[in-house]
Design a protein around this ligand. Structure first.
Ligand SMILES: Nc1nc2c(c(=O)[nH]1)N[C@H]1C(S)=C(S)[C@@H](COP(=O)(O)OP(=O)(O)OC[C@H]3O[C@@H](n4cnc5c(N)ncnc54)[C@H](O)[C@@H]3O)O[C@H]1N2
Ligand code: MOO
Length: 422
């Protein structure tokens, strides 16, 4: 929505300015159009030590049994129950001690052996009595309870059997997945290549770095936000440029991005209806195929998606910070998920406490917090005073609600940070 002064679009581009139809595509159709342009990326092998946040490209089956051997679940005494039950008051001779890591396979002679949690059950022993449930005198113990055969023993393969499916393709490697992979001794995995993304923020008002602003200028908040949000989603940000309202530095930044073999370019600003909003015309001049421009959503309506002549997709997000946040969350994040081979997100269906004025035909994205009502049902309460330029509410919310007038008070709730979705 820029105005003032001389037009920034070079004259050779002016005659190519395109008038866009006022009819807007729905969010659902726009997203489907975008995702139809996208494929899961190729795969690579990575060390598990470097795999946090990556997405598995093939199924992983268990390479061993977990636990690998029968072992004690409690510190206490291993016994041979055999087929007979061991009764309260029975007395057993103790010989030896089996600690975790000990390799002793057999304790011959004695009918009991001291044992530590995690220690391998010596051959012939099948039951463990916790140290609290015996009385010891010299080298004998007396049981304080009847025992059940096999009690307090963790059986080999009880967690996962050899060759059993462990983690499926399309699973994000999070801390839980890393725990299982480490336990299995797996040190490499086949994952999707990370999408390479360039960010280009447009606007001559954007002040480089921190420090004192000149009159009329602002700090660039969209660039740092996008870098963080893209990284959290599993993308690799290869470039983050800031350029003026001019197609020439924009084109130069785009050329650098293409040299870096990006899969996606995300731009901010210059995409709505103002004199300085050069981006739609620049796309046409560069021979890009515009997939859609203007979506029936609020905020973020002027969003544009294009396929660049030399391959990658370009998502032009409107400059207002909440339009960037919505464009990132509801267009760029699903695109990155598809590139990574992740399935589509499953939002929580919640009742929204209050709904803003919902305009028919528009999908509204609203910042909210979740809470449980008296009946322990999950509900959402929108945070106050939301407009496209206010960033404070974004820091005070847990979720985005996706709302339309057709759904009444029911909303889909999405975690604010797309990287937190499984
Ligand atoms: N006549 C019309 N005016 C506007 C329309 C419209 O349809 N007709 N749409 C409005 C909507 S909705 C939005 S959203 C904005 C989007 O405009 P642009 O994409 O052209 O963005 P700019 O004009 O370049 O910037 C808008 C706003 O955002 C600030 N901005 C830009 N970049 C950054 C950045 N990197 N960090 C922080 N803030 C940034 C910029 O200073 C402006 O305040 O247009 C409405 N107008
Ligand atoms: O759609 Mo814009 O993001 O409201 O200001």
């Amino acid at each position: 929505m820029r105005g003032r002064d001389a037009p920034p679009v070079p004259s050779l581009l002016q005659h190519r300015l395109v008038r866009y139809a006022s009819h807007m595509i729905s969010y659902e159709d726009a997203l489907a159009t975008l995702l139809a342009e996208t494929q899961p990326l190729d795969t690579e092998r990575v060390a598990i030590a470097d795999a946090l946040g990556r997405v598995l490209a093939s199924d992983i089956a268990s390479t061993m049994r977990l636990p690998a051997f029968d072992n004690a679940a409690m510190d206490g005494y291993a016994l041979r129950a055999g087929t007979a039950a061991l009764s309260k008051g029975s007395i057993h001779t103790v010989r030896g001690m089996q600690a975790a890591g000990d390799v002793t396979l057999e304790q011959t002679g004695a009918d009991s052996c001291e044992i530590a949690t995690g220690a391998r059950m010596p051959d012939g022993f099948d039951t463990v009595v916790p140290v609290e449930r015996i009385e010891r005198e010299g080298d004998t113990i007396r049981l304080l309870d009847d025992t059940v055969r096999g009690q307090h023993v963790r059986k080999a393969g009880d967690d996962i059997a050899h060759d059993e499916p462990a983690l499926p393709a399309g699973r994000k490697i999070d801390a839980a997945a890393l725990m299982l992979l480490a336990a299995l001794g797996i040190d490499e995995a086949t994952v999707r290549r990370q999408p390479r993304v360039a960010i280009i923020c447009t606007g001559k008002e954007l002040h480089a770095g921190a420090g004192i602003l000149t009159p009329g200028s602002i700090h660039n908040s969209n660039g740092p936000f996008l870098r963080a949000a893209l990284t959290s989603c599993g993308a690799h940000v290869v470039q983050c440029d800031t350029v003026g309202d001019d197609v020439i530095p924009f084109g130069a930044s785009l050329a650098r991005a293409l040299d870096r073999h990006v899969d996606l370019v995300v731009t901010t600003g210059a995409v709505s209806a103002g004199r300085y909003d050069f981006l739609p015309a620049a796309m046409a001049a560069l021979g890009a195929r515009t997939l859609f421009h203007k979506v029936a959503i609020r905020p973020g309506k002027p969003l544009l998606a294009a396929r660049l002549a030399n391959g990658p997709l370009l998502m032009a997000l409107p400059g207002n910070p909440m339009a960037v946040a919505v464009g990132m969350r509801f267009f760029v994040a699903p695109l990155i998920r598809t590139m990574l081979g992740l399935s589509s997100e499953r939002p929580l269906r919640v009742l929204s406490d209050e709904t803003p004025d919902l305009r028919e035909g528009l999908r509204h994205f609203v910042l909210a917090n979740l809470f449980s009502d008296d009946g322990a049902r999950l509900r959402a309460r929108p945070v106050g005073r939301q407009t496209a330029y206010r960033m404070l509410p974004f820091t005070q919310a847990q979720v985005w609600l996706s709302l339309s007038s057709a759904d009444g008070n029911m909303a889909d709730a999405y975690p604010l940070d797309a990287g937190h979705s499984p």
